[in-house]
Design a protein around this ligand. Structure first.
Ligand SMILES: Nc1ncnc2c1ncn2[C@@H]1O[C@H](COP(=O)(O)OP(=O)(O)O)[C@@H](O)[C@H]1O
Ligand SMILES: [Mg+2]
Length: 159
């Protein structure tokens, strides 16, 4: 990491592989849950109601108009017919990455069916956010499933 990052703010990387986020989650996920067949099928059939979101409110410090525009372009850029679906904002801690992502998500929330904020402070927090996604999408089934199964279901659904 360089001091340039502190001087110029968050940088955004384009990810060509749309499973990047899931791969990161996979690294943090330590359980070895096997989902029952009916749960696997449900993960493919279940669609989120438009507007489904757990987005926390954005703090009152937008600015960063250029970065927001850049992020938008990065996430909607079309190459060879494929839409880029992932992007990474990176830079020093405290530089405003999370805040930028939060403002982006609020600004464009109408463009997405579901927006889910996953707290990646620790593997445990990631699992809590994923389990909460399952509890929102399939509340009845989630009530009968353990936490590890809920996490596995959310990963399956996202995949
Ligand atoms: N554009 C901005 N203007 C003013 N303060 C900001 C801005 N972006 C972030 N902050 C503040 O800076 C602090 C760190 O921001 P945060 O997004 O958590 O950084 P990071 O995710 O890069 O560690 C927070 O208190 C946040 O409210
Ligand atoms: Mg952050």
């Amino acid at each position: 990491m360089s001091t340039d990052e502190a001087a110029f703010g968050p940088r955004i990387k384009v990810g060509a592989d749309r499973s990047i986020a899931a791969q990161h989650i996979g690294n943090a996920y330590t359980g070895d849950v096997v989902l029952p067949a009916e749960a696997l099928q449900a993960a493919e059939r279940v669609t989120a109601a438009p507007g489904t979101s757990n987005l926390p409110p954005a703090p009152l410090c937008p600015g960063r108009q250029e970065e927001l525009t850049w992020l938008r372009r990065t996430l909607t850029d079309q190459r060879e017919g494929a839409i880029t679906q992932s992007g990474t904002v990176h830079g020093l801690g405290g530089i405003g990455k999370s805040t930028l992502a939060l403002h982006y998500a609020h600004r464009h929330r109408g463009d997405y069916t579901l927006i889910w904020w996953i707290n990646a402070t620790s593997p445990d927090e990631i699992e809590t956010s994923l389990a909460s996604l399952t509890q929102t999408l399939v509340p009845g089934w989630a009530a009968t499933a353990g936490r590890g199964t809920q996490v596995a279901w959310a990963r399956q659904w996202l995949a």
